[in-house]
Design a protein around this ligand. Structure first.
Ligand code: PMP
Length: 315
């Protein structure tokens, strides 16, 4: 779909995956005016299940406002996702073998020379079948806490899914992977003491059966899986706190896990902080994250009745 600055998006068309043409002075290439989303489609018998696509649409609209971009409406976004998924039905893995990852992308595609919002925008969606995000599968991941580099600052763009946030993590993430870690956990850049999030997921700590996760204050992404897990946990009788969580609490936790569309619910097996390594559990899911993982994935894959009304079924 295309749109001029402040205009309405035209109806899009389906085309084969391939290169797209952009001006060398496109806003997205020069000034990072780009946003993306990520969601998954699962196969349920002959039908397809999408998980809360209108949440992705709303998050993209919020990000577009911050990035001075006109955004497709929630209806346009969801209709475009549906059409793309249906056209790619054959690529959705069978139940239990993975999912179809859906990547909506909104960018300033018009040419601009001085720093300014682009005059024209493109919204596109591509898809790819995926399995587990981490090479560990659903085995526990090992995180390193980064205390020098930051992905977000107060007043910046950490709370939206803009492309530059991911450029900001590449250095720490590459260094961590080269040392054998699965991913990086970031701290707040003011006190270097409070947990923020991981490069591609949110973090939760469990102590004495109380679940805590950093509050949304503009520097971390309001994850849709995070929000869903909080609701699932409360519905299962857990106490959940959204607040500032210190690195000391992390090191003293009974259980730690991450949430995200790609990582779903991934248990954390160890945290390394300033050269000190702390391990959790005995090499599998902790009891709390196992329970939350089961409830969430049963819903996402349509294995239980969707009492939350979170899935959208296509056929
Ligand atoms: N934080 C970051 C930085 C992410 O990239 C993601 C993945 N979108 C998340 C958290 C988790 O968000 P969600 O649950 O909506 O996938």
């Amino acid at each position: 779909m295309k749109c001029a600055r402040d205009g309405n998006y035209s109806k899009g068309e389906l085309q084969r995956f391939g290169n797209i043409e952009l001006s060398p002075s496109a806003g997205v290439l020069n000034y990072g005016q780009g946003l993306f989303e990520g969601l998954k489609a699962y196969r349920k018998g002959g039908n397809i299940l999408l998980f809360r696509p209108e949440e992705n649409a709303q998050r993209m609209r919020m990000g577009a406002e911050r990035m001075c971009m006109p955004s497709p409406s929630v209806e346009q976004f969801v209709e475009a996702v549906k059409a793309t998924v249906l056209a790619n039905k054959r690529w959705i893995p069978p139940p239990g073998k993975g999912s179809l990852y859906i990547r909506p992308l909104l960018m300033g595609s018009g040419a601009v020379l001085g720093v300014a919002p682009a005059p024209e925008y493109t919204f596109l969606i591509y898809v790819s079948p995926v399995g587990n995000y981490f090479k560990e599968g659903i085995a526990p991941i090992n995180l390193i806490v980064e205390h020098e580099l930051h992905r977000a600052t107060p007043g910046g763009t950490g709370g939206i899914k803009t492309i530059g946030n991911y450029a900001a993590v590449l250095k720490a993430l590459s260094a961590a992977k080269a040392k054998g870690y699965s991913d990086v956990l970031y701290l707040d850049c003011v006190h270097k003491r409070y947990l923020e999030e991981v490069s591609s997921c949110n973090i939760f700590v469990v102590k004495d059966k109380v679940i805590s996760t950093p509050a949304i204050k503009g520097t971390i992404l309001p994850g849709i899986t995070r929000k869903s897990i909080i609701d699932v946990a409360r519905s299962q009788g857990f106490q959940v706190e959204e607040r500032s969580v210190t690195v000391d609490e992390l090191l003293d936790a009974d259980e730690v896990f991450c949430t995200g569309t790609a990582v779903v619910v991934s248990p954390v097996g160890s945290i390394t902080y300033l050269g000190k390594r702390v391990s959790y559990g005995e090499g599998g899911f902790g009891a709390v994250s196992q329970q939350l993982y089961s409830v969430l994935t049963n819903l996402q894959m349509g294995l239980v009745e969707d009492t939350m009304n979170w899935t959208l079924e296509l056929n």
